[in-house]
Design a protein around this ligand. Structure first.
Ligand SMILES: [Zn+2]
Length: 298
């Protein structure tokens, strides 16, 4: 029994460390995608941040995979001991080990966020007795979500390369769900409602406003989330509700104190992703409780 518990704890520690490492990878990927984005904008003659371009252009020397990580200030190539997630940052007090300039809190935040998410996904998978392959699939999707979350939060954009990968992997998850279901008809209807709720609504807003209110990235993200929640469309509704609720809670103090104007752009991707995970992990419990409370069942 004690041995069994040790093994369980060891697995959680392993997943947490894996999450930190993947978070570090996600952080580096976010910067690289941004560097390529700026290069692309420049090439297409679109508006771009020149200072940011100069700072990041060294990240685009080679292919995305073969680039070495460098300090954004002094351009020093970072060694493995500068890249130990969280530990390196804590050791130098959040400064570059070479030029001593502040690195900021973005890196440790994304690392810890990925670690927490990985442990949560793993725990949920164990609770649901998902097969190992499905657990790994969910972890890879979550890595994509972490990249999308922080990229959108920083630059109000959901990069296509990551977005399409997440949609593709979500479709694989959907096929697995389909194989588990006894009632294919109900499952298909639930899928349609989920996608209509999370993607169709944004498509409508996007079409009506000609892309002013929401970005097309939100439409695509909604498609991925709709596929992920296909088994229970009520969770798609809950996701939308939670995303708006969290958004209101975050924006309201700023609006009231006039720090944020009505025209300020609020990235909706991170809100949708946060709403999704809350619904995914706790939604079934919440929805069952609510329907019982309201006295009707769906
Ligand atoms: Zn430096």
């Amino acid at each position: 029994m004690i041995l069994l518990m040790d093994i369980t704890i060891t697995w959680y520690v392993f997943i947490a460390i894996l999450g930190l490492l993947m978070g570090s990878f996600a952080g580096a990927t976010v910067w690289r995608i941004r560097a390529y984005q700026l290069k692309e904008d420049k090439k297409l003659g679109e508006e771009y941040d020149k200072k940011e371009f100069e700072q990041l252009k060294k990240l685009t020397k080679h292919s995305v995979a073969s680039d070495r990580s460098r300090c954004l200030h002094c351009n020093h190539v970072l060694e493995w001991h500068d890249l130990v997630p969280l530990v390196s940052w804590l050791r130098t007090g959040g400064k570059c080990a070479y030029c001593k300039k502040s690195i900021g809190v973005f890196e440790p935040i994304i690392e810890v966020a990925a670690a927490v998410l990985f442990v949560a996904v793993y725990h949920f998978s164990v609770t649901m007795s998902y097969p190992l392959a499905v657990t790994i699939l969910l972890l890879v999707i979550s890595l994509g979500m972490v990249i999308l979350f922080f990229y959108d939060q920083k630059w109000l954009l959901l990069p296509n390369s990551v977005m399409w990968s997440v949609i593709g992997l979500s479709a694989v998850w959907w096929v697995w769900l389909l194989m588990q279901t006894n009632d294919v008809g109900a499952f298909i209807i639930s899928t349609v409602i989920s996608i209509a709720t999370l993607s169709g609504l944004y498509l409508l807003l996007w079409t009506v406003s000609k892309g002013m209110w929401v970005g097309f990235g939100d439409v695509k993200l909604g498609l991925a989330l709709g596929l992920l929640l296909a088994a229970d469309w009520r969770l798609a509704l809950l996701t939308l509700f939670l995303a708006n609720l969290i958004g209101t809670i975050i924006v309201l103090p700023g609006l009231l104190s006039k720090k944020i104007s009505r025209r300020s752009q609020v990235p909706f991707g991170p809100l949708l992703i946060a709403g999704f995970y809350l619904s995914f992990f706790f939604g079934t419990t919440v929805v069952d409780w609510y329907t019982r409370l309201a006295g009707y069942g769906f």
